[in-house]
Design a protein around this ligand. Structure first.
Ligand SMILES: NC(=O)C1=CN([C@@H]2O[C@H](COP(=O)(O)OP(=O)(O)OC[C@H]3O[C@@H](n4cnc5c(N)ncnc54)[C@H](OP(=O)(O)O)[C@@H]3O)[C@@H](O)[C@H]2O)[C@@H](O)CC1
Ligand SMILES: Nc1ncnc2c1ncn2[C@@H]1O[C@H](COP(=O)(O)OP(=O)(O)O)[C@@H](O)[C@H]1O
Length: 314
């Protein structure tokens, strides 16, 4: 019998974890790497990067193909930029163990480069059909201490996973998958079918579906919506409600999910464990929308974060 899900609220433990030590320098708060797609499609990854930086990652770098370098350079300041043209370039970059959290999906695209980046991020570049084996430096796919690197997979990365079973099989317990309902149905069609056919309470069914997906993936799954459900492979689950008194309807705007992916990535870079990062990121995301209120667009979400953090006493 699975444990009852936790309703996410700001507990003293969450607030404590969000506090920054007065002694630490920027590398003590982690370095997040967000991989972007090509020119004309870089907005989503830039939104994620801004979210990761605002939530406290010490450094945030956007990995972009050469074609998008100028476009992105013209739009960023505190966020940094590295050229990442293919899977080999990412593998080489990941020899730096200080890059401790990755985000793939927002605006990534579905082309060969995107597939190769996903394979490299999951440490599988040498054995995926059609992707040449790279010269693998030691430690690739691993973070500090040899544990696999934390990876947030959203948007296009989820669509790629749905078409590449070998990549799906490479998911691990430091991955956080953040599908909306459409992406969930693409990735877990049989589970989604059962969910749609369910006759019991809608939230309970979403909870069952998210738990089943997390168990299959071996990763944290965060199913987005007005009631966001988060589940771990071991059956732990939590719900972030944005309904009734906590409603945040202005979150239904293009790019808000990209910011959420950035929030979770930034928290992973800071050292939060994957379940804690997903829960805390989802809660703060809703609070930002509630704090900003009507007229919110995706760019406003990271900018609302300082006020929300201050209201927690940080
Ligand atoms: N500013 C930017 O640069 C932005 C860039 N973005 C980037 O665009 C790329 C594509 O991402 P995407 O999510 O827009 O498209 P896609 O993968 O086709 O899935 C959408 C289809 O799924 C379905 N669907 C079912 N339930 C759903 C639900 N709850 N919420 C949403 N959809 C739901 C629905 O089908 P329907 O139900 O209408 O038949 C819908 O047609 C990706 O890289 C992303 O990062 C965007 O983030 C926007 C801001
Ligand atoms: N009506 C709503 N009430 C509260 N939150 C919502 C609502 N609609 C969407 N959201 C939230 O907004 C975000 C939308 O993400 P997503 O669908 O991936 O959009 P995008 O791909 O444009 O970034 C998710 O965090 C989701 O939970």
């Amino acid at each position: 019998m699975p444990r009852a899900p936790r309703q996410i609220t700001a507990t003293p433990a969450m607030i404590d974890a969000l506090r920054k030590s007065p002694e630490a320098h920027k590398f003590g708060h982690g370095h997040a790497l967000i991989l972007s797609g090509g020119a004309g499609r870089t907005g989503a990854a830039r939104l994620s990067a801004r979210g990761a930086l605002r939530i406290g990652a010490g450094l945030v770098t956007l990995g972009v193909p050469g074609s998008a370098q100028l476009e992105v350079a013209a739009q960023i300041t505190a966020v940094m930029l590295r050229r990442v043209d293919d899977g080999n370039a990412l593998t080489a970059l990941l020899a730096d163990a200080r890059l401790n959290a990755l985000c793939l999906g927002p605006g990534l695209g579905l082309d060969g480069r995107a597939v190769a980046l996903l394979a490299a991020a999951l440490g599988r570049s040498g054995d995926i059909e059609g992707i040449p084996p790279p010269p693998t430096p030691r430690g690739v796919g691993a973070g500090v201490g040899g544990a696999p690197r934390a990876v947030v997979l959203d948007a296009d990365a989820l669509t790629i996973l749905a078409g590449h079973p070998a990549l799906f099989a490479a998911l691990h317990d430091r991955c956080v998958l953040t599908p909306h309902a459409g992406e969930f149905a693409r990735l877990f069609p049989d589970i989604a079918e059962k969910l749609n056919a369910a006759t019991k309470d809608a939230l309970a069914s979403r909870l069952d579906a998210t738990r089943a997906a997390a168990a299959r993936a071996g990763s944290i799954v965060l199913l987005k919506g007005p009631e966001t459900v988060i589940a771990a492979p071991d059956g732990r689950a939590a719900i972030n409600s944005a309904t009734q008194g906590l409603a945040a309807p202005w979150l239904a705007t293009a790019g808000s999910g990209d910011v959420l992916a950035g929030f979770v990535t930034g928290l992973l870079a800071r050292g939060f464990n994957p379940m804690q990062a997903a829960e805390t990121g989802a809660w703060l995301h809703t609070e930002c929308a509630r704090s900003f209120g009507p007229g919110l667009i995706a760019e406003d979400i990271p900018e609302a974060l300082p006020e929300v953090l201050r209201s927690l006493g940080l």
